[in-house]
Design a protein around this ligand. Structure first.
Ligand code: G3P
Length: 220
């Protein structure tokens, strides 16, 4: 599963990239607004930091305006993926942009039926929101499982990006469900590293080593 950071914060993106395990980035208008910088300039800067897909969302609500906005966003950098919401206009725009060779991430997907429409429209990515379904008493991951099955049944090429992941368990379950991509906030990615037995084991290894040797074998 590809790992994306769901963040527009440049420090977080730089740190994540330095670990060598981040494959791309998703942003949304809320995350961009938090940074308080000009949108296009900020996306360009993110593309300079991250080698991989960078989703940038349109804010128009009418199809033809989404298409114009999407075309402008796609010009920023070859790695930009235009994000359109799963509305009637968003699906129309997705279909038009996809036919023009512009890659679209259809966002705010909450049912398998909506995901079917995104695939039919030629979306490059569909984003089911796991955590927000959990928030209202559903099992969000069931949606990822259903979409995976439907896309497999018909050979749809649209990639499933599990979004609104809030914990390491969400990430593991998205991978088990077969999502091609999981996007997560920086703090969730950071938490994936942790296990007390890793810390305890390393501590013991280093203590045992130090009882016999004074330095690391390759230390200069
Ligand atoms: O980028 C969309 C999504 O990942 C948002 O997550 O936690 O705000 O529901 P959240």
């Amino acid at each position: 599963m590809k790992i994306f950071l769901d963040s527009a914060n440049l420090d977080e993106l730089k740190k994540g990239m330095s670990w060598g395990i981040v494959d791309g980035v998703t942003t949304n208008p809320t995350l961009i607004a938090k940074e308080g910088r000009p949108f296009q300039e900020h996306i360009r800067e993110i593309c300079g930091i991250v080698e991989g897909d960078v989703s940038a969302e349109v804010v128009s609500t009418e199809a033809s305006k989404m298409v114009s906005e999407g075309r402008e966003l796609a010009k920023i950098h070859r790695n930009v993926v235009v994000k359109c919401p799963l509305t009637r206009d968003g699906i129309m725009a997705t279909s038009a942009l996809s036919k023009q060779g512009i890659r679209v991430n259809v966002t705010l997907c909450f049912t398998a039926g909506q995901a079917l429409l995104a695939a039919k429209a030629g979306a490059y990515i569909v984003s089911p929101f796991v955590g927000r379904l959990d928030d209202i008493g559903y099992t969000g991951m069931d949606l990822v499982r259903s979409i995976t099955q439907i896309y497999k049944n018909y050979g749809f090429k649209t990639q499933i990006l599990a979004a609104s992941l809030r914990s390491p368990t969400h990430v593991i379950d998205a991978a088990l469900a077969g999502a091609q991509i999981g996007t997560m906030p920086f703090k969730v990615l950071d938490m994936l590293f942790n296990h007390p037995l890793t810390d305890r084991g390393l501590d013991q290894f280093l203590k045992d080593w130090a009882k016999v040797f004074q330095e690391a074998p390759v230390a200069g």
